[in-house]
Design a binder for this molecule. Structure first.
Ligand code: FMN
Length: 341
């Protein structure tokens, strides 16, 4: 399973960049009236109250290094009550000997909210087995067409994806979250997913880990010029605004607490981070990871107090300012969807 360790190495090697979260601003409130300790960061999702709106997003499994990462992150998930997703479970189903690299996500956090992960092209039985493996509370089904074509050994046939997703939804008895892996989702995609009966999406947009770049770095035949493909997480959240009844998770390029707060203000139900947690798990031991995650969560509270928001509902009511590029995106998409077009 060299590929899994390649992904970790290449993802860590990518520089953290400026992204669309930097092109979205809040109006400053110079006289807030909220005390930091009184800020309530909790959210209700899947009929459970989470103390924090941050989750550890899908990453890894299948290798010794992946096992260590999963163990460290499961401990921190338990400590703060964070939702945690596994990496794609296919490898553990194909080769049950690698299952112990995934199972600590559940065994170290028996009461936690654990999300299994599987690719949209996997057999339906894999989706069921992934849920069983982790006694998962939900299942992420990842849709990663740009990554597949950039991967020498990747899939080339997407024609059965929609039917397969529908079959997975019929076969699995936990909620399914349809998830991108860093290229975002348009409103059209979200509407297609809604038509298929999906109630939960993780838009996972551009701006952070770039899987075309990861695969290009591993490939003998890289697809040059393709790395900028996709919608950013901010754009994807703006696309989701018109949708009724969809639960929207935001991930992709969420670098720190300020990005988390912006994603929530843009309408996200919860906010996922992968690279942030990967960096912690590959750099520090558990005590220091815990300290740094506590700092992230505390920063969310501090920023919310400055914004005069005592809870996440108030955050969602804030007016936001957009830089010219994001503004142009909003204008073009509004024109596209307007009935006169
Ligand atoms: C090393 C690594 C492995 C990943 N493996 C998976 C995976 O198995 N399934 C999945 O849905 N997403 C996977 N992802 C994608 C993340 O869940 C996330 O969508 C993406 O990295 C963007 O978030 P980020 O910018 O915070 O890293 C992986 C990400 C990383 C860094």
């Amino acid at each position: 399973m060299k590929r899994k360790d390649d992904h970790i190495r290449e993802a860590l090697a990518q520089p953290t960049q400026s992204n669309d979260f930097d092109r979205v601003r809040f109006l400053h409130r110079a006289i807030p009236a909220v005390a930091v300790p009184d800020v309530d960061t909790s959210v209700v999702c899947f009929e459970r109250r989470f103390a924090y709106p941050v989750y550890i997003n899908a990453m890894t499994g299948g290798t010794a290094q992946a096992k260590t990462i999963n163990e460290k992150l499961a401990k921190v998930a338990k400590r703060f009550g964070l939702m945690m997703a596994s990496g794609s479970c296919s490898v553990a189903i194909k080769n049950p000997r690698s299952a112990p690299t995934f199972t600590p996500i559940r065994t170290l956090n028996p009461e936690g909210f654990v999300v299994a992960n599987i690719g949209i092209s996997a057999p339906v039985s894999y989706a069921q087995k992934a849920v069983e493996l982790l006694r998962a509370n939900a299942l992420q089904v990842h849709m990663n067409a740009p990554q597949e074509v950039a991967m020498d050994e990747g899939d080339r046939d997407f024609s059965f994806w929609r039917a397969n997703l529908k079959a997975m939804m019929d076969a699995v008895d936990v909620p399914i979250i349809a998830k991108e892996v860093g290229f975002g989702m348009s409103r059209e995609t979200m509407e297609d997913l809604q038509t298929l009966g999906v109630d939960y999406i993780d838009v996972s947009g551009r701006g952070g880990t770039n899987f075309i770049a990861v695969e290009n770095a591993r490939s003998d035949a890289p697809i040059t010029g393709f790395e900028n493909h996709g919608l950013s997480t901010v754009e994807s959240l703006l696309e989701a605004k018109a949708l009724q009844g969809m639960h929207v998770f935001a991930s992709g390029g969420v670098r720190h607490a300020y990005d988390v707060v912006k994603a929530l203000a843009l309408g996200a139900d919860m906010v996922g981070m992968s690279k942030f947690f990967l960096t912690l798990a590959t750099t520090y031991e558990s005590d220091e990871i815990e300290r740094r995650v506590a700092a992230l969560l505390d920063d969310i509270r501090k920023i919310m107090a400055v914004l005069d928001c005592a809870d996440i509902t108030s955050l969602r009511r804030l007016d936001m300012l957009y830089d010219a590029d994001v503004e142009a995106f909003i204008r073009q998409r509004k024109a596209h969807h307007s009935p006169s077009q």
